[in-house]
Design a protein around this ligand. Sequence first.
Ligand code: ADP
Ligand code: SF4
Ligand code: MG
Length: 348
Amino acid sequence: METVLQIENLRTSFMTSSGEVQAVRGVSFQVKKGEILGIVGESGSGKSVTSMSILRLLADTAVIKEGSSIQFEGTDLIGLSRKQLRKIRGEKISMIFQDPMSSLNPLIPVGKQVSEMMKEHHPEMTKEQLKSETLKLFEKVRIPEPEKRYGSYPHEFSGGMRQRVMIAMALANKPRLLIADEPTTALDVTIQDQILRQLRELEKEYQTSIIFITHDLGVVAELCDRVVVMYGGLIMEEALIDDIFENPSHPYTMGLIASIPDPQQDKNVRLQPIPGSPPDMTNPPKGCPFAPRCPYARRICAQELPDFVEIGEGHKSRCFLQLPDAPADEHNPFRKGKAANGQGPVIG
Ligand SMILES: Nc1ncnc2c1ncn2[C@@H]1O[C@H](COP(=O)(O)OP(=O)(O)O)[C@@H](O)[C@H]1O
Ligand code: SF4
Ligand SMILES: [Mg+2]
């Protein structure tokens, strides 16, 4: 399958008065045509900074480090000026965020905002064409009574409807890549489900690749084809969606899976989140960033960063316990009772 986006060794830091915040520390992944890739991880893992680095929508204090590469359909985005990136944004790459209000203009009717977006990249379209295309889009994203809602202002919509307007706006120019950063996090579960279903349909119809960012692996399960799990500014695991649930290969992923709410269960039952909190990125640990919270951590984990290695087809993991010379014992969830290489523990 054709690759739409290829990120290699992306490192993004913020230069702050209290030092360098190493938000993203060497992230590589690709997105194929028509694929929905999930990026999942707890708050502060570096998901948003990774996605904002693509179109360089970062604070002025941000620096994308030497050696990072972001190839979009054969163009190196890092080599482009902000002006050139603005042209790509909205036309070839669109973004939607958690809070649609932050991207909508409260003073302009929503229909006009979507039309304007289209016009920016298609100045040849007439007023009538713009309106009729906008109404078609409103229908596609299931905004009821599109003709009537065309002239409504953002505050006249519910949160779910506003997010639909944002999706319509993001799709106005049939982008090649849609980046959705926690777009359903603020919505209730029923509305969230409807929007996820719609994104699936739209992805099929438009053949748009989607990067879907969320802290909720349950959402990834419903929507995505493939997933990368981020923690401490690094990718910990990458796998096809079935593999990640059937054969999770990183203790952090296992922790995330254990904290997915069970839809059958009483909503009042509190989940078991992973104990502890993510690392301080001004002074990231030199070893595995998950070591202080990992139930399987060993001495080496705090001292060295494990490599990101292939452990199966399309499946990669960054954990010492997955290496071929890792010990097979009751403390290794991946090799319990199995002899790794017959030589006994190599890592301590
Ligand atoms: N403008 C900024 N200045 C300094 N640090 C930032 C800034 N934006 C994000 N960070 C830090 O970068 C890290 C990654 O943040 P982010 O990508 O927003 O996480 P996520 O989206 O996974 O919740 C966090 O430690 C966060 O505090
Ligand atoms: S490398 Fe060590 S600390 Fe990190 S996830 Fe694996 S076992 Fe846990
Ligand atoms: Mg975020």
